[in-house]
Design a protein around this ligand. Structure first.
Ligand SMILES: [Zn+2]
Length: 99
C-alpha cells in the first residue's frame, strides 16, 4: 500500500512541481483519466489486486483533496481537468453546459 505513494513521482514532471491550488486528478500522467480504468482493471487480477486497491485509494484521497480545494477556490475548479471532463461529458450527452 505504501508503494502506491510512488505514483506521486509523476508530480516531478510538472512545472511547477508543487502547486497547492492544482488538482492532480486528470493532470499528472499516473493520475490521468486514462490511467484510472487501468487501475480498475488491475482489480480483476489476484496478483495486482492489493496494488490496485492502493492506487484507487490514492486517487480517492487526491479527489477529496481536490474537492476541498474547490470549495475554497472556484477558479481552481474551473481550471481543473475534472471540470473539463464534466463539461465535455455534458456536451456529449446534449445537456446544458453552465459555467
Ligand atoms: Zn497523488
Amino acid at each position: 500500500m505504501l508503494a502506491t505513494m510512488i505514483m506521486d513521482l509523476d508530480h516531478l514532471l510538472a512545472k511547477p512541481i508543487f502547486d497547492p491550488l492544482r488538482c492532480s486528478i486528470g493532470y499528472h500522467p499516473l493520475h490521468s483519466f486514462y490511467a484510472i480504468p487501468v487501475y480498475a482493471l488491475l482489480l480483476l487480477l489476484p496478483v495486482t489486486r492489493i496494488a490496485a486497491v492502493g492506487l484507487l485509494f490514492h486517487l480517492f484521497t487526491d479527489t477529496v483533496d481536490c474537492l476541498w480545494n474547490f470549495s475554497h477556490c472556484h477558479a481552481c475548479y474551473l481550471n481543473s481537468r475534472i471540470y473539463s471532463l464534466r463539461k465535455g461529458m455534458r456536451k456529449l450527452l446534449g445537456r446544458k453546459v453552465d459555467d
